[in-house]
Design a protein around this ligand. Structure first.
Ligand code: TXA
Ligand code: MG
Length: 310
């Protein structure tokens, strides 16, 4: 159910969970000051309790209140990439960050989104915790109707149209005196290099004992359809192809177009919509064309496709 900005803010302030747009994907928002609402997020999504949440704020001074021992380079990252699709893991001032938000870890995740509507909401409500607005394991929602498909037509959604980036924020942590990427996302490793003086290493290493980013442990971003990622198109057993608009594929298969293989931004924006479309069209098995470079935003796209196909 689409709600106005005023209603969305009022619902959040009274302790309800509301879906709101960001420039990356839609988020399922609850007020940081309402533990019951935060718990409700976990129930709604079917999210494991050991998977912490990102706190979204309207300005960086709020981050300092909830954190301590700020690592070197924080300021340059914050000044350059916020508002925007970057999330930073920082040592938590535990007294002020409820353990349910950080899943009992010593760190807490922060982001300032750049979508004008999100910033307006944050201006009224103050800090909001927000995972992606999808059932746990499913592709993230990039349109209001995706949220309604997962949570029902009466679930309150603030309509911000289609998300401009289409994939989640890039998450960085400070480790051994350097920033590292623990979740690939809308900002590429290369983007940070001129500002940090080095290219952050991508470290998605996770194990049960020491999860750098617990969410990375789970199967993710996945449609119901089985995705085949072999380099060569199989001879049989598929119903559809997920591919690129300028390429030729055998005509007997239904084609789901991600966009142009020359335009990673366009493909990132379309990716989850296409995954969801496979499901609404009842596709059981699809081959995904993964012939594209392994650099820049394509690296994120490849990682999402791999996780979805796992
Ligand atoms: O673009 C985004 O980041 C979107 C929009 C709504 O802002 N949010 C999002 O949230 O993708 P979510 O919950 O779907 O993914 C957040 C990831 C999870 O994998 C979680 O494990 C990780 O961030 N995370 C959150 N807090 C953490 C912490 N303190 N330490 C390690 N990982 C953390
Ligand atoms: Mg998510």
């Amino acid at each position: 159910m689409r709600v106005s900005l005023e209603t969305a803010c009022a619902l959040l302030q009274q302790g309800d969970v509301v879906a709101i747009p960001t420039e990356t994907v839609y988020g399922l928002a609850a007020s940081l000051s309402n533990p019951d609402a935060i718990e409700h997020i976990y129930t709604l999504k079917g999210r494991p309790a050991n998977n912490p949440l990102i706190i979204h704020v309207g300005d960086a001074s709020q981050v300092l209140f909830y954190t301590k021992d700020i690592p070197e380079g924080f300021e340059i990252l914050a000044n350059t990439f916020w508002p925007g699709p970057m999330t930073l893991l920082l040592p938590a001032e535990k007294e002020w960050v409820p353990s349910i938000v950080r899943a009992d870890l010593d760190t807490v995740a922060f982001r300032i989104p750049s979508h004008p509507l999100t910033l307006q909401v944050l201006g009224y409500t103050g800090p909001l915790v927000m995972p992606s607005a999808n059932l746990s394991g499913k592709p993230s929602a990039t349109r209001p109707e995706h949220v309604e498909n997962d949570f029902g037509n009466t679930f309150p959604v603030l309509d911000g149209g289609e998300c401009y980036r289409g994939v989640e924020s890039t998450i960085l942590t400070y480790h051994n005196d350097k920033w590292e990427i623990v979740r690939l996302g809308a900002l590429t490793a290369e983007t940070f290099e001129p500002f940090l003086g080095y290219r952050p290493r991508v470290n998605e290493f996770v194990d049960e004992e020491y999860p750098v980013c617990p969410g990375q442990l789970y199967r993710h971003y996945a449609p119901l359809a089985m995705l085949l990622l072999d380099p060569i198109l199989p001879n049989e057993g598929i119903e559809a192809i997920v591919g690129f608009s300028e390429r030729q594929y055998p005509p007997q298969y239904r084609l789901f177009e991600l966009g142009s293989s020359q335009n990673a931004e366009e493909v990132a924006k379309n990716l989850y919509r296409i995954f969801r479309l496979l499901d609404s069209e009842g596709i059981k098995t699809a081959w995904v064309d993964t012939h594209f470079p392994d650099s820049g935003l394509w690296t994120t796209i490849k990682e999402r496709i791999r996780k979805a196909g796992a």
